[in-house]
Design a protein around this ligand. Structure first.
Ligand SMILES: [Zn+2]
Ligand SMILES: [Zn+2]
Length: 137
């Protein structure tokens, strides 16, 4: 049994895994607040994060965290936004803007190849194949 201190209230609780370091009571409380906030946003789509925090007794950090986790979403015409973690552009949900997401997806696939090689991926693949064949011999 793994007993830990709740990150929120400090009480000991049986850790169930999954990286959740808050006790069941706090989790339930948190979930209630989340539902309240969600409801509040639906009724007040143009409220600011600060306003939502004040009215629902949650911290702005908590709200931002929910947005990062993509649990809260805002409509396109909403004034609410958080910053893209990469370029600072205003986004409605998640961690990065569409541009950065695309750039990162490209960078990720490119990072498999040598970054400076200007050749198209096809000849590189052929080279790998040859090497593998060579290794098999
Ligand atoms: Zn707790
Ligand atoms: Zn960005």
């Amino acid at each position: 049994m793994d007993v830990r201190n709740c990150r929120s209230c400090g009480r000991l609780f049986n850790y169930m895994g999954g990286g959740i370091n808050i006790c069941p009571a706090c989790r339930e409380e948190n979930e209630k607040k989340f539902q309240n906030v969600k409801e509040f946003i639906r009724e007040n789509p143009r409220a600011s994060i600060q306003e939502i925090a004040d009215k629902n007794e949650v911290t702005t950090n908590q709200i931002r965290q929910w947005i990062r986790e993509e649990r809260l979403q805002f409509t396109e015409d909403s004034d609410i936004g958080i910053e893209c973690e990469n370029c600072g552009a205003t986004i409605r949900t998640g961690r990065f803007c569409e541009n950065c997401k695309n750039t990162m997806a490209n960078a990720l696939s490119k990072s498999i190849e040598k970054p400076k090689a200007p050749e198209p991926p096809k000849p590189a693949k052929k080279e790998n194949k040859n090497k593998m064949r060579f290794l098999e011999k």
